[in-house]
Design a protein around this ligand. Sequence first.
Ligand SMILES: *[C@@H]1O[C@H](CO)[C@@H](O)[C@H](O)[C@H]1NC(C)=O
Ligand SMILES: *[C@@H]1O[C@H](CO)[C@@H](O)[C@H](O)[C@H]1NC(C)=O
Length: 532
Amino acid sequence: MFRAALLASLTASATASISCSGYEDCTTCTSQSHLLGEPSDDANSTLSTTLFGCRWCPQDNSCHKDGSLFNPCSSSESVSYFDVCPVPPEDYPGVPDFLPDWMANLMPVISDLTLLDLSLPGTHDTLTYDLSTTVSDAGIDDYDELSKILHLFSGLIPGQIEDFIRQQAKTQALSITQQLDNGVRFLDFRNMQESSGDWYSLHCLQSNNPSLTYLKEIRAWMDLHPSEIVVMWVSKHGDQNAVGDNAYPGVSAEDKQAYFAQLLDVFSGLVIDTAVSQPNSTSVSDLIARNHRLVPYVSDYAEFTGGSQYAMDGALVDNNLGSSVDGEEDAYNSEMAMFGSMKDLRAADKARNALYLRSMATSSPDFQVEAVAMMKFDPLANSDEQTAKCAQGFNIPSLTSWCPPTLNDIGQMAAYYKQLSLEEAYQKIDTDGWVFPNAFYIDALDYDGTIRSGSTLLNGLVREGGVEGKEKTRYAYADTVVGANVKLACRDRGEADADCAALTELVEARRAKYPAERWDDLKYGRSADWPV
Ligand SMILES: *[C@@H]1O[C@H](CO)[C@@H](O)[C@H](O)[C@H]1NC(C)=O
Ligand SMILES: *[C@@H]1O[C@H](CO)[C@@H](O)[C@H](O)[C@H]1NC(C)=O
């Protein structure tokens, strides 16, 4: 009955005529086409998906009807889904200052420190900016709700379900090169061998390109930035302890090691040799002089690398997940407790060569995935009820009438709250002797090393009715982490140290461009006086 209603509704909307001219940007063009047959005539229907829509052509910057002869883009060049629209050029004006070579810039004060004395800005699910609509052979078993929805709707509406899953799996919009340019030095590199035999990155879905493509991009960037060290955690799904078949179901040790050999080949001459260098005892300047600048922490180490001296055991990532986006009050408290005891936690980790990683990231909670799927695909769903149920699930007092439709929406809302604990902990480096973890990972990285706390999505999709002037607000994430390194390195050097004075001034000027900012946006769940 459910499927019959869905099909009837689909057929009705597919016959509605569509005009694609007049949509002047990618997100408007593609979201109109794939959400609505004819925006005005179907306003009350919860099922509004159509097979026939509009596509955005980046070549002529125009919106074209599906199959139009006037579209200069081929179907693979056209953008069909709003979530893969590129970041608008006005929001990414080019390579930022300072951050592409921040280690080089800090060298006067950090050269004698070891890698495990530093804090690195990182990204969560680093490669998800480039997900395809092909479900990974590793499946989406860790996501019960997404798995259910895929099985319920798969095949019925080609591409639509997969795109819906992508909207719940994408955490980033900037490319790997852009992330590195924006100060990121800890990469959450997830990969899996697909049935073709090739390795791809994944988050429920496969990446568009094989993993090797992204590895080569990292290599090319590192060649251009000869004083930068990059830590790359290689895993299937961010599990530091999984080994063998639990880590990579159905993949043989031989295939893992063949792939690892390819990885080493890409970074030939650039990888740490643990027979010579160690993250906890070799100085940063020696790592750079020896060109031991790529430090892979590889999960399933024994089978994946065969015990290679050119990798650290991924089990040495001290992976601390923190709390979820539906408990921001607890998250704040646990983050403060973590920062407050970080000095001891890091000392204990350093003694065993472990890297303390703190997640400030989130995934799509089941209650949100279910509500959004119902509203999108079930013609009988009651939108008001689903929206209210979803909104309340987040436990944010002001959030009552909005259900974040995508993981990017959730990540940006979470970024609004993450800035609070990051900023407070940063201030306490001076007042209370706090330190930052060795690495963070986080969602929604934005231009100039920021995280986006406003409600307009990174790819330009505007959420209507937010607080004016706050839609693209950003917080200085990377500079705050870099600033923590300056503070730590300068603690013993004293106020008279000229390098410390210059770097402190520089970093604080950069941070001041994107300060922690609070406002009340009752529609989109940003509160000026909650949870603290
Ligand atoms: C949409 O719903 C509202 C309120 O339920 C109703 O007044 C209106 O006529 C409906 N519009 C259409 C086009 O069915
Ligand atoms: C570095 O880690 C090793 C364990 O791999 C440990 O034996 C050594 O003492 C540590 N060195 C420092 C300086 O903490």
